[in-house]
Unconditional design. Structure first.
Length: 307
């Protein structure tokens, strides 16, 4: 059964944000004359927080047999560009983890990365994979098969908790495949890996099969029983305008009122208007003319314009 949809719509510099119940991602009409309809991308954000020691965290993961039937990788949508800046989830992870400035406007090209699975260093992004620390197939087997499509997409693109996605060497990632710690562990930093695994399982409410749980306990026995801070995952949808209507001034008294928006100015100081070119850095962003009408910077990425 679908639950009530949007609770809040907020216009932001790069996107509008719509809070919603995780089982739905319904389009919402915004107050005229801003945006007539929005469509959105589900995003994982931090919910309730708790702290637990490593070994207690392992005990806290529910133990259940795996349920692998029906898994297909395509059930987890990859990669999103949630903030519409032309940098998708892969590119965002590479930018988060690089130890020096990353080149490449949209796709990351060069930087400096350290793959902690096998203690190798890279300067070319093409040599790295983005690993779902708890693999997509493992998520499916341990509870994700009952999730909504929106929740699976949010998991697959979770940039909020940096333990969910990690840039590692392509060799290490492909060696791991979709195996859990009973079948595969990295050559190095096993304690870090197990702590991260426990965090992700608890964050997303996933279970562990008996062999997996035994392997986690075996590794944890040789690790410091350190505290893990877990933020339970919540789902929001980040909404981008899909169609703008440019009729009427904010001073008018008819129709749904609306909130006054300061105009977005060009480099010469004048307010923007429809059809004008906009800076590449504004691509996907919303701007307002002198009357409060909303436009989006869109079109050809090399020469975008306000539409």
């Amino acid at each position: 059964m679908k639950k009530p949809g949007a609770l809040l719509v907020a216009a932001a510099a790069g996107a509008a944000v719509v809070l919603f119940t995780p089982t739905t991602a319904t389009a919402t009409n915004m107050t005229s004359p801003v945006v007539a309809r929005v469509s959105g991308t589900p995003k994982a954000v931090n919910g309730a927080k708790f702290t637990v020691r490593l070994r207690a965290g392992i005990r806290r993961i529910p133990e259940r047999a795996e349920q692998p039937s029906g898994y297909e990788r395509s059930r987890f949508k990859l990669w999103d560009d949630t903030d519409h800046d032309c940098q998708d989830t892969r590119s965002e992870v590479l930018r988060q983890e690089s130890e020096r400035r990353v080149t490449g406007t949209c796709a990351a090209r060069t930087g400096l990365w350290f793959s902690y699975y096998d203690h190798t260093q890279f300067t070319r992004a093409s040599k790295l994979d983005i690993d779902h620390l708890v693999p997509l197939a493992e998520v499916w087997r341990s509870g994700g098969r009952s999730w909504s499509a929106a929740k699976r997409e949010a998991y697959a693109n979770d940039l909020t908790d940096r333990r969910t996605l990690v840039a590692v060497s392509a060799h290490a990632n492909r060696s791991k495949g979709d195996r859990d710690p009973a079948e595969w562990l990295p050559d190095y930093s096993k304690c870090k890996y197990v702590r991260s695994w426990v965090d992700v399982k608890l964050r997303w409410g996933l279970s562990a099969d008996p062999a997996e749980k035994a392997a986690l306990k075996d590794v944890a026995a040789g690790c410091p029983n350190s505290r893990i801070t877990v933020h339970k995952a919540k789902i929001r949808t980040i909404a981008a305008p899909t169609k703008h209507h440019h009729g009427g001034s904010q001073s008018g008294g008819g129709g749904g009122g609306g909130t006054s928006h300061a105009c977005t100015r060009t480099s010469t100081g004048s307010c923007i208007s429809g059809g004008q070119f906009c800076p590449q850095a504004s691509y996907g962003h919303v701007g307002y003319d002198a009357h409060g009408n909303a436009y989006i910077c869109t079109g050809d990425r090399s020469h975008p314009h306000w539409e």
